[in-house]
Design a protein around this ligand. Structure first.
Ligand SMILES: O=C(O)CCC(=O)C(=O)O
Ligand SMILES: [Fe+2]
Length: 421
């Protein structure tokens, strides 16, 4: 540790000198913190950022290899009949109250819905898919290793293939790259750096336009004040804190918000052991925004106990809610079980590229129903839930349910979590 720079303010009055030294030592401490843990926080980074040497430069103008999406399947699968929410109608109060009812109905019937007119053009969306593809195809193994998430409790950076158990003796073929919604919070592989501003805009658009509108519609659908859920999903936790003594000195180290853009690539399976690529599950977080892509395989488990397929709609979003919305809404919005199986024959040999925005509440949000007036002491905090669920996922810790066939389960923080085969 080189102390000469942090302690270079020796000509200032002692009290000021102490402050400068304190801040600089803090800044050194924070800049060296392991970025995978929940101890590295936006507030301090923002506050001290002028004092921290940038770890990489932004640049732009690099060419982006174009990803050409494959055609949709020609096979006649059994498709789920999902509602289409036209987000452009949310611009007026009348439009919003009509859409809120549509969202409630869609959530109660299928649990998934499409969103169109979300504000991104086909060209903008295609560029994001090109960036996603490049993240897997144009980064070498050494760099991938360097940017692989260090903790199983946090989805950050790459998640390599073969880290989850699908069934006995079968692991996953899925590679991730997770980007915190605060895109500049961490360093990224060199191929991605010229495109960080574009990813940043994408994260902000997903958050401030799409997620926020959906959360408002869901609150309105429950006759709650429009911003009830939005307030729990602040883009920048620290930016909204009041700056009181406690928050200033303590809470920033405890708070974060693990909303992330996720790029995902499924590689074709070479073993015939199972056609399941991602086991039936409900999502850990609150809202999942899936940018529709043409390779089939995503299925939802419907009320008549039939798995039905999600059809691709060009430049639409496929939206669903997860465990967190169930908790916050007191069961009003229940998550729908879904899985990914091997794509149909005409697509089975293709790689399946996905782009997502996974929203979670901020770590300091208690996962209790907003309808309960009494404080629910046993409800977990978002941060605990996120860490426990993420850490246990795919480890094979689930056990067969004694009540339901083909279901495995375990109890996490007092909540029964299930997976479906
Ligand atoms: O790849 C997909 O289509 C869905 C993935 C998914 O359900 C998930 O990552 O939670
Ligand atoms: Fe999912």
């Amino acid at each position: 540790m080189v102390l000469s720079r942090p302690f270079s303010a020796v000509h200032l009055p002692p009290s000021l000198n102490f402050c400068v030294c304190f801040v600089k030592v803090q800044s050194y401490f924070i800049s060296t913190m392991p970025s995978t843990s929940s101890t590295q926080f936006t507030f301090w980074r923002r506050f001290l950022s002028p004092l921290i040497k940038p770890r990489f430069k932004r640049s732009s103008g690099a060419t982006l290899p174009e990803y050409v999406p494959p055609p949709p399947t020609n096979e006649q699968l059994e498709w789920a009949d999902l509602a289409i929410i036209d987000l452009s109608k949310a611009e007026t109060p009348e439009g919003r109250s009509a859409l809120a009812q549509e969202v409630v109905e869609a959530m109660n019937s299928q649990g998934f819905f499409y969103v169109i007119n979300h504000g991104y053009t086909i060209e903008q969306t295609r560029r994001i898919f090109s960036i996603a593809n490049m993240t897997f195809d144009d980064v070498d193994g050494g760099e991938k290793k360097k940017y692989t998430g260090k903790s199983p409790a946090v989805y950050e950076g790459y998640k390599p293939r073969h880290t989850w158990q699908i069934e006995q003796g079968v692991t996953d073929e899925i590679e991730h790259y997770n980007v915190n919604h605060d895109v500049y919070k961490k360093d990224h592989p060199s191929a991605l750096r010229p495109h960080l501003d574009e990813i940043d805009k994408f994260a902000r658009h997903n958050h401030t336009h799409i997620l926020t509108t959906i959360l408002r519609l869901m609150a309105t659908g429950m006759e709650l004040p429009e911003d009830t859920f939005v307030n729990m999903h602040r883009f920048d936790v620290a930016g909204e804190s009041s700056g009181g003594y406690y928050l200033f000195f303590t809470a920033p180290f405890l708070l974060d918000n693990f909303i992330a853009v996720r790029f995902m690539k499924y590689y074709p399976r070479t073993t015939e052991k199972t056609n399941v690529y991602l086991k039936g599950h409900t999502d850990i977080g609150s809202i999942t925004i899936l940018w529709s892509q043409p390779i089939s395989g995503l299925q939802i488990f419907q009320k008549d106990s039939v798995w039905r397929n999600i059809k691709h709609i060009e430049n639409a979003l496929v939206v669903n809610s997860g465990d967190v919305m169930r908790a916050l809404s007191g069961g009003f919005y229940k998550p729908t079980i879904h899985r990914v199986i091997q794509p149909p024959k005409d697509q089975a040999a293709l790689e399946r590229l996905g782009v997502f925005y996974f929203a979670m509440a901020a770590d300091d949000v208690k996962l209790a129903s907003v309808l309960e007036s009494e404080e629910n002491g046993s409800a977990p905090m978002m941060g605990e839930w996120r860490r426990e669920r993420t850490e246990k996922y795919g480890t094979g810790s689930m056990r067969p349910s004694s009540k339901e066939d083909l279901v495995e389960e375990e109890v996490i923080l007092g909540v029964v979590v299930k997976e479906y085969n």
